[in-house]
Design a protein around this ligand. Sequence first.
Ligand code: 2KA
Ligand code: SF4
Ligand code: MG
Length: 250
Amino acid sequence: MKLAKLNDGPELFFTLQGEGISAGLPAVFVRSSRCNLHCHWCDTDHTWNFVGTAWTHEKDGTPGYEKHRKEDVTFEMAPEAIAERVAAFPCRRVVLTGGEPLIQQDGWLELIAALRRRDPAYVFEVETNGTMAPSADFAEVVNQFNVSPKLSNSGMATSMRLKPEVLRLLAETGKAWFKFVIASPADLDEVLALVQVMPLPRERVLLMPEGRTPAELDQRGPWLADLCRDHGFRFCDRLHVRLWGDKRGV
Ligand SMILES: Nc1nc2[nH]cc(C(=O)O)c2c(=O)[nH]1
Ligand code: SF4
Ligand SMILES: [Mg+2]
């Protein structure tokens, strides 16, 4: 599999789930490389903002930031070897993230099987942008989909970032929670339009402030909390950003 690389190894770490409905729970994260989207504010741009691509990112042009050399940020690893690393942690909750993890479903299927052979109690969450359909097999073995459809604040074209048939399919698994990254109050209109065409119970919809630092979260938190209260959505913070800031591997 193509995983993100961190300190000459795979980006695989034991932490607390920082976002979504399981926030606060200990979990082992496995970060895959590659994404089919290229969001302007993406905090894992090392999974896709490669030298030679035309994608743009908010950090492009800031001193010290350069597009990544693919070979410097990719770590190839077989599912069985990943399972070995994951199983070394005293934790049965695993979060498959990226990039976009649904690009590598076959690899994850092998990883999940390898871990459940060791212990059937393993629980798997998948962080996805909701543009790629899970196979029937994948949807069956995953316990929870944390779906984060992208709004126009991502800078992506609507036709790339919103696939209503995929969102519907994910909703029908009964395992999906929908988490929207909100940068300004105007973003709420897009969420309201989406939940109108997608039959989603509002308690399954989480609104999360955009922010890679506690200060950014503090700035957006209060008005977003008011919007959640007034519209019946669930508020979601970014616990790992509050605890550890803008760092990788946490
Ligand atoms: N602690 C922690 N929680 C997370 N929830 C979603 C994450 C992600 O990057 O997908 C993430 C992450 O990178 N770290
Ligand atoms: S979908 Fe997620 S990983 Fe992909 S570019 Fe957007 S924020 Fe980054
Ligand atoms: Mg993240």
